[in-house]
Design a protein around this ligand. Structure first.
Ligand code: KE4
Length: 433
């Protein structure tokens, strides 16, 4: 039997860091990654046959859990007809029609193969439509790895970004302005100074890449008002929240309509799919209809469309899934708060629907600066102690916990019992130094 360790040794010879995406390397939790052999429902099995209750869910796509039978059947049926044609198919039309039916702000969409590609394309459309170049993003929000998005502000409320990745040209970074999440005054200030040059504001309507941070009352509506006033576009990056917070995503949940939205994860049902879309007037700029070039060999891939369509139709047929997920999320959040309050360990638990995050800081956590107050050493201990108990959490303090329809109330109670045991064991005891 091959072990995760043996695979990781081999992987590091031929894959940078031994992985195909950095967070999978378990770098911030101080141990080697598990190599997964298979999964079903809420369960993962590693290559050594160990079973884990999975709360990463491939980082969000699997709202019905792993190996959801209807999706497997749809994929099998599509695959038997061929894997890719590089030509239009009925499935792509059906997918676009369904997305536009479910999300009111969508009049046209374009399918791509990842969230990054969706965001990169949406930014280009915004720049092409407005004729402007500057983009505003929020510190701690993650929108994939397109150059313009790999920018982290320096200090200060509003500043020109400096790259937080090697290889991003300064000239690109300087076209991205970053401000603190939930800070409308900072956004106002940026627009007062450069509003006529700003093509778009891009925001995670619920931030889930600095841990989970909720929009404060009026924040999203404020962004809508400011961008409309200055003729900039508002882009909601719903790669995580799209079809997770509800059939009409965070924009439906909070009642704010963006000009463009980006999607990924759930719309692929576990296969590589992204999409961007919005107002017809804006999307009409996209080639071949308009002058903004955008293309992709596997965009709208028929097998991926089958997985995505089956997932969205299943959600449409079972809308009660959302209140069930929210109820499980609420129980988990309240249970965690109670355990740590009893133990006098200061934590903050942010939760909305099936997204949840336990921060090891007294909080509140309303932006990236707050989130970075978290004790990541304590998170590391917590992650490893939970893994030893067969519970697979996000291997970073700055990610979300994802619930799926496959998680039962009993699974939530099991998690809370495990946390209680860890806390009682003193592993996470809060020592005032
Ligand atoms: P992808 O290119 O990874 O499909 O999507 C990029 C992206 C865009 N927008 C948001 C809001 C996202 O959360 C993401 C990707 N999310 C991460 C998890 N935090 C993907 C996991 C990874 O990087 O391996």
């Amino acid at each position: 039997m091959t072990t995760s360790h043996e695979l990781f040794q081999r992987a590091q010879e031929v894959l940078p860091g031994g992985v195909n995406s950095p967070v999978r390397a378990f770098g911030s939790v101080g141990r080697e990654p598990l190599f997964i052999d298979q999964a079903a429902g809420p369960w993962l099995w590693d290559v050594e046959g160990n079973r884990y209750l999975d709360f990463v869910g491939s980082w969000g796509p699997l709202i019905f859990g792993h190996a959801y039978e209807p999706v497997l059947a749809a994929v099998e049926e599509a695959a038997k007809k061929g894997l890719s044609y590089g030509a239009p198919t009925a499935a792509e039309v059906e997918m676009a029609e369904l997305m536009c039916c479910l999300v009111p702000s969508l009049e046209m969409v374009r399918m791509v193969s990842s969230g990054t590609e969706a965001v990169m394309s949406a930014l280009r459309v915004a720049r092409g439509y407005t004729g402007r170049e500057l983009i505003v993003k929020f510190q701690g929000c993650y929108h994939g790895h397109a150059d313009a998005m790999l920018v982290q502000a320096g200090s200060g409320a509003a500043t020109f970004g400096v790259p937080d990745s090697a290889g991003v040209p300064a000239a690109i970074a300087q076209q991205t302005i970053t401000v603190p999440y939930n800070d409308l005054a900072a956004v106002q200030q940026v627009f007062r100074e450069q509003g006529q040059e700003i093509a778009a504001v891009i925001v995670e309507p619920v931030a889930a890449n600095m841990g989970v941070v909720l929009p404060e009352e009026g924040f999203l509506a404020g962004l809508r008002e400011i961008t409309a006033h200055y003729g900039a576009l508002l882009i909601f990056d719903e790669v995580i929240t799209g079809f997770r917070l509800g059939l009409d995503g965070a924009q439906g949940y909070f009642g704010v309509q963006p000009d463009l939205s980006t999607f990924g994860k759930i719309i692929g049902g576990g296969l590589p799919v992204g999409a961007f879309g919005g107002r017809r007037e804006v999307m009409s700029e996209v080639a071949p209809l308009g002058k903004v070039y955008q293309a992709g060999t596997l965009s709208g891939n028929p097998v991926a469309m089958a997985a995505g369509l089956c997932t969205l139709k299943s959600l449409q047929e079972q809308p009660s899934i959302y209140e069930q997920l929210a109820s499980k999320g609420k129980r988990l959040a309240e249970g965690l708060r109670a355990i740590f309050q009893e133990a006098k360990i200061p934590v903050t638990v942010n939760q909305i629907g099936s997204l949840c995050c336990l921060f090891f800081t007294a909080g509140p956590v309303n932006n990236y600066a707050d989130a970075k107050q978290s004790d990541t050493e304590r998170y590391k201990k917590y992650f490893n102690a939970m893994l030893e108990r067969g519970i697979y959490l996000s291997p970073s303090q700055f990610e979300a916990l994802f619930l799926s329809a496959a998680h039962t109330a009993d699974h939530i109670e099991w998690v809370l019992e495990a946390v209680q045991e860890i806390v009682e064991g003193g592993l996470l005891a809060w020592r005032e130094f």
